[in-house]
Ligand binder design. Structure first.
Ligand code: GRF
Length: 202
């Protein structure tokens, strides 16, 4: 067996409803298996999605902890579970530089814009205000600077003049659910790597 054909153990970090998590669960194949879902929010709906798929879950609340202490707790849980790749799927905490460096090249996120445009929050409001014709979603390697890591894959959607932020968010989410599993499979099969600050494809 070549190294690229070995199933990778994936952990998913969530804070909320877990639509992307659901798509990642459904798309599991010989390239990756989700072995753990961690939420920083107790009762996050995504935890039920993991539970229904018999995936172990862990709640690690962030309240009352320093960012570093919280991240160290997550890091320990991820290493103990044997995670090889960590996927952020609606995880609403900024990660410390130390955590991000420790998972360099193995940590990915999905952001609901065509990065590098519209990093940060209130993405859909800002896209509509700017009267953009196109928006979309980007899967990227996570680096210490927020939403600034090299892009692995993107998908675009039209922005309509009548769009509310929610309508646009829903349209973007539809493409996220297809894009994220495909991007994860590229990483899990070593077809994309983070090298010298770039997403390098082979
Ligand atoms: C998605 O829009 C994703 O782009 C952003 O957070 C949202 C998560 O949604 N990072 P869900 O929890 O996967 O439903």
């Amino acid at each position: 067996m070549t190294p690229s054909s070995v199933e990778k153990s994936v952990a998913v970090l969530i804070s909320g409803r877990g639509n992307n998590l659901g798509a990642l669960i459904a798309a599991q194949d010989s390239s990756y298996k989700i072995i753990l879902v961690i939420s920083n929010v107790e009762g996050a709906a995504g935890l039920d999605k993991a539970g229904s798929a018999n995936i172990p879950t862990l709640v690690i609340p962030h309240n009352g902890k320093t960012r570093e202490a919280f991240d160290a707790e997550m890091d320990a849980a991820l290493r103990a579970a044997g995670a090889q790749i960590v996927v952020l799927a609606g995880f609403m905490r900024i990660l410390s530089d130390g955590f991000v460096r420790g998972w360099e090249g193995k940590l990915i996120n999905i952001h609901p814009s065509l990065l590098p445009a519209y990093r940060g929050t209130r993405v859909h409001e800002r896209v509509i205000e700017a009267k953009e014709a196109l928006s979309g979603a980007s899967v990227h390697f996570v680096v210490p600077e927020l939403d600034a890591g090299p892009v692995i894959a993107q998908a675009s959607v039209p922005v309509h003049a009548s769009d509310t932020p929610q309508a646009l968010a829903d349209r973007v989410l539809e493409v996220e659910l297809k894009l994220y599993p495909e991007a994860l499979k590229l990483l899990a099969t070593d077809k994309v790597k983070l090298q010298n600050g770039l997403a390098v494809f082979s």
